[in-house]
Design a protein around this ligand. Structure first.
Ligand code: PLP
Length: 396
């Protein structure tokens, strides 16, 4: 029986892409090999000439990595997937594969910090300009488009504000202007949101986050049509080399098996925590798309099948109060990572977004009292108690 698109999400997450070897292993095999052996000189020549499919060298293809690519492609509903050495390598590969000097990008101003740095410090050096616009201002997106705009780039929900873009509307805007829509689907994963089905052309992932789900490995992926992914992105990747290692691919495969379960648990815990935080006197505002108070709650209901595990909130009293809450935690990890089984807490204004100017912070909503929490899989009562210690002290 072959596993194909007729199967449900959970079945695909457990089984898609696996090819059993003659050893009949049940779990997916790891293939730690840099190159592959040919039957003859003629076969080697045919492989190198691209006349015969098959493995040549693990910078190009590797069986464990291919299993991961096929499984993630099945989950995102993508024709093709290439795995990369990190989420940032996925962003870089999209840029290098689809852009040339003179092209222009319109990008959400609330994207991962290194994505902004990559566009500003490196893509700009090679003649690719970027205009930043507010994620939630469709008129600004339309106004920023130029004749040479090739990519619209966004993350939804955004980090750490948890604002949403309407993917369908963004795709329509891109396509009427001859551009491609790229969506970083890191926060939702395909378990909660499938951007390609809503019209996006490319999805990028940091597999480091929820796809691994246990904070072990760095990796990424690019998904979309065969034309874009196999030709443009993969051609860059096989020549430039930021490919995923087979060991990491195996860890991510194991992560995918529990992705749907974990995203459900993360979402349920985050909603419960968000509702509790909203009632706490030390808190000014809670940002979570699952709350009815979220300005885009209706869009979240329409576009996502769950609200995800990340939330942020503003503590009364600015940085001193925010740091007091963070320093009072005993169980929660003070770290910049997210998407882990362990709950993590971050002060964006002085860490992940510390390099932004005061003006950029203001525009992106990174106020001094803002705290981001990636809600893990511990008991919700313990997470709440850990946060209450600092919050109660601030409220006194
Ligand atoms: C972490 C992250 C990235 C970068 O991924 P790495 O695996 O750290 O390179 C990109 N986008 C988002 C939204 C992220 O959270």
């Amino acid at each position: 029986m072959s596993i194909d698109d007729e199967f449900g999400f959970a079945s695909l997450a457990v089984r898609a892409g696996q090819i059993r070897t003659q050893e009949c292993e049940h779990a997916e095999a790891i293939f730690p090999t840099s190159s592959y052996v040919f039957d003859s000189a003629a076969q080697a020549a045919a492989r190198f000439a691209g006349q015969e499919p098959g493995n040549i060298y693990s910078r190009f293809t590797n069986p464990t990595v291919r299993t991961f690519e096929q499984r993630l492609a099945a989950l995102e509903g993508a024709e093709a997937c290439v795995a990369t050495s990190s989420g940032m390598a996925a962003v870089l590969s999209v840029c290098m594969g689809t852009l040339k000097a003179g092209d222009h990008i319109v990008c959400s101003e609330s994207v991962f910090g290194n994505t902004t740095a990559l566009l500003n410090n490196f893509m700009a050096k090679f003649g690719v300009e970027t205009t930043y616009v507010k994620l939630v201002d469709p008129a600004a997106w339309a106004a920023a488009i130029r004749p040479n705009t090739r990519l619209l780039y966004l993350e939804t929900p955004s980090n750490p504000q948890m604002e949403l873009a309407d993917i369908q509307a963004s795709a329509a805007l891109a396509h009427t202007n001859g551009a491609l829509l790229v969506v970083d689907n890191c926060f939702c994963t395909p378990a909660l949101q499938r951007p390609l089905a809503l019209g996006a052309d490319l999805v990028v992932h940091s597999a480091t986050k929820y796809i691994d789900g246990q904070g072990r490995c760095i990796g990424g992926a690019v998904l979309g049509s065969k034309e874009l992914v196999e030709k443009d992105v993969f051609t860059f990747l096989r020549n430039a080399g930021p490919t995923m290692s087979p060991f990491n691919a195996w860890v991510f495969l194991k992560g995918l098996e529990t992705l749907a379960l974990r995203m459900k648990a993360h979402s349920a815990a985050a909603l419960e925590l968000a509702q509790w935080l909203e009632t706490h006197p030390a808190i000014e505002r809670v940002n979570y798309p699952g709350l009815e108070s979220h300005p885009q709650h209706a869009l979240a209901l329409r576009q996502q099948s769950g609200f995800g595990g990340v939330l942020s909130f503003v503590v009364r009293g600015g940085q001193a109060a925010a740091w007091q809450v963070i320093d009072a935690v005993c169980m929660i990890s003070i770290t910049g990572n997210l998407g882990d089984a362990k709950t993590t807490i971050t002060h964006p204004a002085t860490t992940t977004h510390g390099k932004l100017s005061a003006e950029q912070k203001l525009s992106a909503g990174i106020v001094d009292g803002l705290i981001r929490v990636s809600v893990g899989l511990e008991d919700i009562a313990d997470i709440r108690r850990d946060l209450a210690r600092g919050l109660d002290a601030v409220a006194r």
